[in-house]
Design a protein around this ligand. Structure first.
Ligand SMILES: *Cc1c(COP(=O)(O)O)cnc(C)c1O
Length: 313
């Protein structure tokens, strides 16, 4: 991958391939999906913005769980759409029946973040199927799978399978997380061709750089090696979650590369205690902290911080 990046970086005087042809072809082959049903973009956040832009008029509604990915309310607001935020269950999961019930005739898009950033739990196939049955087919259901490579469920999602079966399912993925290309800004959408075409039409020309295109193609070609690293992160994640539970913490099922502590009012105090030991956690107001899994030594320091902290949640 480093070689592909270096080679592409040596010709930055040229515009990138506007059609991102090699990347579309590589994705099409890898996923078994026609290129007409794909849209690549400058990160999946950009694809989300394009989707909202393409489908929402001011006053239309975008339904999503909360707390979830912070870009969701912003993407809705940019287009004057109304963000309908459906509270997570107490164990940090999407409340899919409540989300289905929140759909109105103004709803254009429902976002399903799985695993949920920042709380961790992932949606299983059976629950997604039940949910899709109850959502009208003219509402686009976006399955945001930014952390899919880290999921270890008995009933994992086949979101691309759901897209194949239905006219209204879009799958959003990114090279930013498991593939380690966050700084290059590249992600993709798999969706029925009218949806994918609408998203492509909103994208800025030449958005995905030549370096990003080359790196993404190379990442797909060396997927096995990249995903090995994911395996060791998953092992550490499960070790950290197990350690926290042994200390008496309640930890929502972590299926991403992070764990969540729902600390409520204690959130800032916990973040400060961690920082004192050199550990950066991500505080979310008075909801909780998301702790990204790091090297084993750093995870041990974090576990010691958690052990010393009272009260636990
Ligand atoms: C990181 C993340 C994204 C996308 O990131 P990009 O860098 O824009 O590809 C999308 N959704 C969730 C839930 C994320 O955590």
């Amino acid at each position: 991958m480093a070689e592909a990046i270096e080679a592409a970086a040596s010709v930055v005087n040229r515009y990138p391939d506007m059609g991102s042809v090699s990347l579309y072809e590589a994705l099409s082959e890898r996923l078994g999906v026609p290129t007409s049903d794909l849209a690549v973009g400058t990160g999946s956040v950009a694809l989300l913005y394009h989707l909202v832009q393409a489908f929402c008029e001011p006053g239309d509604e975008v339904v999503f769980a909360w707390r979830s990915f912070e870009a969701y309310p912003i993407a809705a607001a940019v287009c004057g759409a109304r963000a309908v935020m459906v509270p997570l269950t107490s164990d940090g999961r999407h409340d899919l029946p409540a989300m289905a019930a929140a759909v109105t005739d103004r709803t254009r898009i429902v976002l399903v973040c799985t695993p949920n950033n920042p709380t961790g739990p992932a949606v299983g196939q059976a629950d997604l199927d039940t949910f899709l049955e109850s959502v009208p087919s003219d509402v686009v259901v976006v399955v945001d799978e930014a952390y899919r490579e880290f999921v270890r469920l008995d009933d994992p999602l086949d979101a691309v399978g759901a897209y194949r079966d239905r006219p209204n399912v879009a799958v959003m993925r990114t090279f930013a997380k498991a593939y380690g290309l966050a700084g290059l800004r590249v992600g993709y959408l798999v969706a029925p061709s009218p949806v994918a075409a609408a998203v492509r039409a909103c994208a800025l020309p030449f958005g995905v750089s030549a370096v990003a295109q080359a790196a993404a193609v190379a990442a797909l070609a060396s997927e096995d090696a990249l995903l090995e690293r994911v395996g060791s992160i998953v092992a550490e994640r499960d070790r950290v979650a197990g350690g926290l539970r042994e200390q008496g913490w309640t930890v929502p099922d972590p299926q991403g590369n992070f764990v969540w502590l729902g600390l409520g009012e204690d959130t800032p105090r916990f973040a400060a205690a961690a920082e004192e030991e050199g550990i950066m956690v991500r505080p979310y107001a008075t909801d909780g902290v998301r702790v990204t899994i790091g090297e084993p030594e750093a995870n041990d320091v974090f576990l010691a911080v958690a052990e010393a902290f009272t009260p636990k949640v």
